[in-house]
Every structure is written in structure tokens, then in C-alpha cells.
Design a binder for this molecule. Structure first.
Ligand code: NAP
Ligand code: HSE
Length: 422
């Protein structure tokens, strides 16, 4: 039996979940993993705050150095959130040779390469399973079970809060802000929920996931990002009438040395397995050149699901001491980050309903090489809307077509443009 002393940074939703799992499964972890894991210190901002778990006040500290400088602390687990001071603390721990487990996607997306190098120098390990898709063991699976494959593409629902919001809006017609408040109450949302609804949280996760899948650093500045704040009840209704659901999808593709990474609201057919992923659940649908299609499904946020990933990393870190595999397997090819990807599009516009309008607008799409698959007119007169689904077109052609339409007197406003995946 090996005794391990842990230092925890943070005791909010995730930190409390980690303590619960370590306590409720302590005997099993001792028996089957040979590890007696003890929490030596817990860093918080406010020691007097009421906690979701019982905690001995003598282990609480507001001074990170107490943990980082304790030679008996074998391993540091971080769930404070935010870039700083989390990045600095993780880096200091690694420098001192302490392995680190983190749920912090912002730190890994922005500084993962620097931290990996730091870990390599000191021989410590860096583990971040919980940073992507909460309880789904996706990172370990790609690194340790899919090494025999080139991952060609993946599509994922990797933000629980937005999936929860879109599900409630689609199924119950609920109000956006009311559902967001509920997601915050349930502990799904980020401390600042703008990161969820504007797609930033999914962007961090997509950068991490594509880096691991494509064995090349995919920096945040090369990840396209659009959140769900512009998705309206009308778009959801029209999507359903056309046979689609709307999901915030994170899409990664690699073709030769071209990598595409984008997160945005997406129409997907109601029959697609990702469309059945409801509430806070996450799912990742990926294709490997040997294995073919795989789908992973589970809770993407919340205390216990996230703690499942964190505690698994803690156990792996204890067992791997001295044997951590760094990112030496990265290809580091001369990669081109694709911005002009190919997609189909849904476009909804308000128009002045008069003869010839449809022809005029179809002509503008055609002028920019965008071909139309279907069109529906809703209402008449001043209330008329046109809803288009296009065939596959290059993003830049589509953007130019919509730009050109701003000068078209037949259109009163372009209300939405949402990408469509099969
Ligand atoms: P949270 O509930 O806001 O908890 C944050 C904790 O960190 C609190 O205990 C807070 O102390 C402490 N903390 C924050 N800044 C600090 C500072 N400067 N010094 C000392 N303590 C500090 O956040 P969370 O939801 O647990 O999320 C934590 C991390 O896990 C984030 O990176 C998040 O993205 C990631 N994550 C969250 C989930 C989820 O479902 N919530 C899932 C996967 C990953 P006080 O309590 O004293 O204020
Ligand atoms: N706020 C994140 C989400 C937590 O809603 O998915 C999990 O990373």
C-alpha cells in the first residue's frame, strides 16, 4: 500500500466532487490500486465559506505556497479555473517535480505546450482528462487506445451548458436566460457563463482535442468560434420543420497537412446520433483510419462526472511516477490551418414580398458559386421570410454572397446563417 499526499487547489463544484469520490471509493482504490490517497491541503479563497462537503478546517489554506513548498505533497490537483493564478501554480508544481492533474481547459489550451516542456524537464507528469468532456474518458482513449490510428475527423458536443440550454429551448420552448440560470445552479456553467454561451469553453476544449487527435499543436488563434447567443426560437422551429436539430458542434478534420478546427451552432439531421444527445450530456463522434467510426457519450459537466475523470488521472499519475509519456509523439508537420472549409448552410432572411425577389436573391447566391438545395417562403407581404438550405460551398464564397446581399433592396435583413452538417 502506497501512501499519497495530495494538495488540492480549489473546493468548488469539481473540488467537492473529487473529495466525495475519494472518500466514497477509498477502500476500493486501496484494494484494487494499492493507493492510500490522503488530502493534505486544500487551497481556497475564503476559508469561512460553507462547503458542499465536510472538511477539516486545518487542511484549508489561502496560501498556495504552503502546498507547493510542502515536500510531502506528491501530487497537486487543480480546479480553481481561470488562467491565473492557476497557470503559475501548475508551472511551479511541475518545476518542483510534483505531478499535476487539472480540469482547467483554459490553462491547457493556452499553455499546454509550455507545461509539457516543464514536466519533461522535471520528470513530473501532467494530466488533464477532465478538461475535455467532463466524465467521458476521451483523452486517455485517444492517447492510449487509438494510437494505431490516424484520426481523420471528429464532431463533438463538448459543452454541457449550451447543450442543456439548446435542449430546453428545443423541447420546451424555454427562455434562454432562465435555462442558463438553471445550468448555473446545477454547477454546469463556468464561473463566468459567457465562456459557455459564446463558445469559448468549447473552443478551449476543441484546441486540446484536435492537438491530441491530429498530433500537432492546434493553437487557439486557429480555432474558429461562434457561440449560441444568436440562435433564435424561430431558427429552432424551422430546423425542426426541415428535419434538423441545432447543436453547438466542435468539428475537427485533418486532410493531408490541412487541419480544420471550428466550433459553431450547427444543423444536424434529427436521425444523426449526435442529435439524440440531450441536456448536459456530451458526445464525441470520431473517425479513425483503422477503427472507422466511434462514438463516446456521457455527462460533460457536474461534480461527480468530472471527479470521475480527475480521480482516474490522480490514480494514473501515482502509478506512472517516473514513467510519464510526454508529447514526444507529436508530428509537428508544416500544417496549414484551413479557414475556407466546405459546408452546407441554412440562411434565413426577411424580404420584401414582390415578384422577382426570389430570382434576384438566388442570382446573388449563384454569382458567388453557392448553389441552392431548397427554399421555403413563410408568410406574405411585410412579414415574408425566405429560408434557404444550400448545397456544399466554400465558406468564403458564402460570406461574400451574404456581404453582397447587404446591398440588395429586396432584402430587409439577413437574420441567421447556420452551418449544416450531414
Ligand atoms: P468553482 O465552483 O467556481 O470553484 C473554484 C474553486 O477555486 C473555489 O473553491 C474557489 O475558492 C477556488 N479559487 C478560485 N480562485 C482562487 C484563488 N485565486 N485562490 C484560491 N482559491 C481560488 O469552479 P468549478 O466549477 O469547480 O470549476 C473549476 C475548474 O474545473 C474550471 O477550470 C472549470 O473549467 C473546470 N471544469 C468544471 C466542470 C464543472 O462541471 N463545473 C467540469 C469540467 C471542468 P472559494 O470557494 O473560496 O471561492
Ligand atoms: N462549463 C462546462 C460545460 C463545464 O458546461 O461543459 C465542463 O467543462
Amino acid at each position: 500500500m502506497r501512501k499519497v499526499k495530495l494538495g488540492l487547489l480549489g473546493l468548488g463544484t469539481v473540488g467537492s466532487g473529487v473529495l466525495k469520490v475519494l472518500r466514497q471509493n477509498a477502500e476500493m482504490i486501496k484494494r484494487s490500486e494499492g493507493l492510500d490517497i490522503n488530502v493534505g491541503w486544500v487551497l481556497v479563497r475564503d476559508k469561512s465559506k460553507k462547503r458542499a462537503v465536510e472538511i477539516d478546517p486545518s487542511v484549508l489554506t489561502t496560501d498556495a505556497q504552503v502546498i507547493l513548498n510542502d515536500p510531502e505533497v506528491d501530487l497537486v490537483a487543480e480546479f480553481m479555473g481561470g488562467e491565473e493564478p492557476a497557470f503559475t501554480y501548475i508551472r511551479e508544481a511541475l518545476k518542483k517535480g510534483k505531478s499535476v492533474v487539472t480540469a482547467n481547459k483554459e490553462v491547457i489550451a493556452k499553455h499546454g505546450d509550455v507545461l509539457e516542456r516543464e514536466a519533461e524537464k522535471s520528470g513530473a507528469g501532467l494530466y488533464f482528462e477532465a478538461s475535455v468532456a467532463g466524465g467521458i474518458p476521451i483523452i486517455k482513449t485517444i492517447k492510449r487506445s487509438l494510437q494505431a490510428n490516424h484520426i481523420l475527423k471528429f464532431m463533438g458536443i463538448i459543452n454541457g451548458t449550451t447543450n442543456y440550454i439548446l435542449t430546453r429551448m428545443s423541447e420546451e420552448g424555454s427562455d434562454f436566460n432562465a435555462v442558463l440560470k438553471e445550468a448555473q445552479r446545477l454547477g454546469y456553467a463556468e464561473p463566468d457563463p459567457t465562456a459557455d454561451i459564446e463558445g469559448l469553453d468549447a473552443k478551449f476544449k476543441l484546441s486540446i482535442l484536435s492537438t491530441i487527435c491530429f498530433r500537432n499543436q492546434v493553437p487557439l488563434e486557429n480555432v474558429y468560434c461562434e457561440g449560441i447567443t444568436k440562435v433564435t426560437a424561430e431558427d429552432i422551429t424551422y430546423a425542426q420543420q426541415l428535419g434538423y436539430g441545432i447543436k453547438l458542434l466542435a468539428i475537427g478534420k485533418k486532410n493531408g497537412n490541412r487541419i480544420e478546427a471550428r466550433v459553431h451552432p450547427t444543423f444536424i439531421p434529427l436521425s444523426h446520433p449526435l442529435c439524440a444527445v440531450r441536456d448536459v450530456y456530451n458526445a464525441i463522434f470520431l473517425e479513425g483510419d483503422a477503427v472507422g467510426n466511434l462514438m463516446f457519450y456521457g455527462r460533460g459537466a457536474g461534480d461527480l462526472p468530472t471527479a470521475s475523470a480527475v480521480v482516474s488521472d490522480i490514480i494514473t499519475a501515482c502509478q506512472n511516477q517516473g514513467g510519464y509519456h510526454h508529447r514526444t509523439g507529436m508530428d509537428q508537420e508544416d500544417v496549414i490551418f484551413e479557414q475556407n472549409w466546405v459546408s452546407r448552410y441554412y440562411v434565413r432572411m426577411l424580404v420584401y414580398d414582390r415578384p422577382g425577389v426570389l430570382g434576384e436573391i438566388a442570382g446573388l447566391f449563384g454569382k458567388h458559386g453557392v448553389s441552392l438545395e431548397s427554399v421555403i417562403q413563410k408568410n406574405r407581404g411585410d412579414d415574408a421570410s425566405l429560408i434557404f438550405i444550400t448545397h456544399e460551398a466554400h465558406e468564403q464564397f458564402m460570406v461574400r454572397a451574404l456581404e453582397d446581399m447587404k446591398g440588395c433592396t429586396a432584402i430587409s435583413s439577413i437574420e441567421s446563417m447556420i452551418r449544416v452538417e450531414r
